[in-house]
Design a protein around this ligand. Structure first.
Ligand SMILES: Cc1ncc(C[n+]2csc(CCOP(=O)(O)OP(=O)(O)O)c2C)c(N)n1
Ligand code: SF4
Length: 327
């Protein structure tokens, strides 16, 4: 039975914590991700924001695009600020949920110790990392989340090297080692799945973590209108697997039914343009390296096969792989 327009309207989120009128670039994955997160989280939240693009484009004083209580923190301590807010709310007997958020620089790198402490102390906070794979706000410097071989202003390709030398840090595995109740990866290309994961995290009493793949047209070198297509290719190639972890164990995955070649994902982005230079043998080598990483993800998480919808059906296309039923 198909849904009527009224049914579809009724299922639309009613509230967004991030309003239009902010100053993000056109097609910014981070702005879209934050809108989806706050839509799913609803109005009864307090946000603690690490500095970075999201903070800067949403809060140009004296204006703010946030419709929920929102607190600035420095680059390193969003998780520590959120921990404090959560403790104060608990002391007051209030059940408002706290969300900490930051970019990959603020999460994988400089804010990592605060995040690890927050998870270890079991604060009732959802931490969301908008992963655009570099320090965008300050001019596209590489972070430990930048993929291998990507061009950034601090990992320029040239005679000596083909973009970033090192691998993208496997943050989700490090988060898993904290054995928190729930952690997941999501993508702005799969909004229903993303919202479902936020709602799930919001229901859990304890620390939860969400890694949101968020293309940055400026830093990745693609047209703003291609943000969703590019984010989708990251998932469908296996390079950015969408998984859910319960107490550190893989509980469900978004299947990759017919993996697309990694080259399809890379070639739409200026940050990988040097990997398509004719006659440079290193270009092919690096493409093969990235393909091997995607193949490894598909194998490791059992992404191949199953699933009902390659796009987005409110999480119906995730496949249960195990994990504890109790969260
Ligand atoms: C201790 C410290 N070092 C450097 C900075 C400058 N700084 C502000 S935001 C930022 C980069 C943010 O990158 P990321 O967290 O990835 O967020 P994005 O801008 O990419 O969304 C840097 C280096 C700072 N504010 N504090
Ligand atoms: S630089 Fe990138 S992350 Fe920052 S506002 Fe622009 S698109 Fe968004």
């Amino acid at each position: 039975m198909t849904d009527s327009v009224h049914d579809l309207r009724a299922r639309q989120p009613r509230f967004s914590g991030l309003e239009a009128g902010h100053r993000a670039c056109q097609g910014c994955g981070e702005a879209l991700g934050a809108r989806l997160v706050t839509e799913a989280a609803g109005p009864d939240v307090i946000l603690a924001n690490a500095t970075g693009c999201l903070e800067v484009f949403s809060t140009a004083w004296p204006q703010s695009a946030w419709r929920v209580p929102w607190i600035h923190s420095v680059f390193a301590n969003a998780a520590a600020v959120a921990s404090g807010v959560e403790s104060a709310l608990k002391a007051q007997g209030r059940r408002t949920k706290v969300i900490a958020q930051g970019g990959d620089g603020g999460t994988f790198d400089i804010g990592f110790q605060a995040l690890s402490g927050m998870l270890e102390r079991m604060h009732n906070v959802l931490y969301v990392c908008y992963d655009n794979e570099a320090y965008m706000n300050t001019g596209i410097q590489r972070s430990s989340s930048t993929p291998h071989a990507a061009r950034t202003t601090t990992s320029p390709p040239g005679r000596e090297r083909m973009g970033k030398r090192h691998l993208k840090k496997d943050l989700l595995s490090i988060i898993a080692a904290h054995h928190i109740p729930y952690a997941a990866s999501a993508s702005v290309a799969y909004p229903q799945d993303l919202r479902r994961k936020v709602r799930r995290a919001m229901e859990i009493e304890g620390p939860t973590f969400l890694l949101v793949h968020s293309p940055c047209p400026l830093g990745w070198g693609h047209d703003g209108s291609h943000t969703i297509a590019i984010a989708r290719l990251a998932v469908q190639s296996g390079l950015f697997p969408l998984v859910e972890l319960e107490r550190g164990e893989v509980a469900s995955v978004m299947p990759v039914r017919k993996a697309v070649p990694v080259a399809d994902y890379l070639k739409g982005q200026g940050r990988f343009a040097h990997l398509f230079v004719e006659g440079d043998p290193r270009a092919r080598e690096e493409r093969e390296h990235l393909q091997a990483l995607a193949d490894y993800n598909i194998e490791r998480y059992g992404l191949a096969g199953e699933g009902t919808d390659p796009y987005d059906t409110d999480g119906a296309d995730t496949v249960r792989r195990g994990g504890s039923a109790r969260i």
